[in-house]
Design a protein around this ligand. Structure first.
Ligand code: URA
Length: 234
């Protein structure tokens, strides 16, 4: 799924913010991994959006460390993710993996999920993606809330305008939001450009912007940062 940054003046319709129940403490003895596994089972059989259920090959729940300190939130599965049942495995996903590695982490160290767990259908189209609608985001957001509340990462990163709109409900463009800390469900949230946007805008300046956002995330997580890392894309 592709998220280009919107001009700052453009007003988009924010996703209605579903009222989420307060996080419930896990019963004693239930690990995050077990709780996520049972949540995954439930989400894999979700039938809320008939048109998406009919079109999907797989439900793309999320992947990574159930105890991750860092969680990335994207928009929705694309064709590759739908085929494989795993988020961020296509071209944009490979770039996300490189970003994670540049931070000194592995994909398995972090948690990766999307606002939508099903691929937005594209009836009559043989290629390309479409953005999730506010109704689809509203129907699906409770699954993400449950994931966030189980994992309780120390930092969330929202990838691209649609993810930020889905989370914060704001009409402000990603260009203005990125690089600044926000709060989501009591957790620090850093918006940055979507890797698909980076693939289309391969300028040093844009790469550096995303990298500066990641440096802020690393600082927030008290991760070691080498001189070499500080200077990437300068
Ligand atoms: N783009 C997204 O936002 N999510 C994916 O999982 C893949 C591409």
């Amino acid at each position: 799924a592709v998220s280009a940054p919107q001009p700052v003046s453009v007003t988009r319709t924010p996703a209605p913010q579903a009222k989420a129940p307060e996080p419930q403490p896990l019963p004693p003895g239930v690990s995050n991994a077990e709780a996520l596994r049972s949540l995954r089972e439930r989400v894999l059989s979700c039938q809320k959006c008939g048109h998406l259920v009919a079109a999907r090959k797989n439900v793309v729940f999320g992947v990574g460390n159930p105890d991750a300190q860092l969680m990335f939130v994207g928009e929705a599965p694309g064709a590759d993710e739908d085929a494989q049942g795993e988020p961020f495995v296509g071209a944009a996903g490979q770039l996300l993996t490189k970003i994670i590695q540049a931070m000194g982490l592995k994909r398995e160290d972090v948690y990766i999920a999307n606002i939508l767990k099903c691929r937005p259908d594209t009836p009559g189209q043989t290629s390309g993606n479409r953005k999730p609608t506010p109704e689809e985001m509203n129907a699906c957001i409770a699954h993400l809330h449950e994931q966030i509340d189980l994992i309780r990462p120390k930092v969330l990163v929202a990838l691209g305008a649609t993810a930020v709109t889905g989370l914060l409900g704001t009409t402000t463009g990603i260009t203005r939001l990125r690089g600044n800390w926000h709060t989501y469900r009591g957790l620090p949230l850093m918006p940055t450009y979507h890797p698909a946007y980076l693939l289309r805008n391969q300028t040093l300046a844009t790469k550096r912007q995303v990298w500066e956002d990641m440096l802020k995330v690393m600082e927030r997580l008290a991760m070691p940062i080498s001189e070499k890392q500080r200077n990437y894309f300068l």
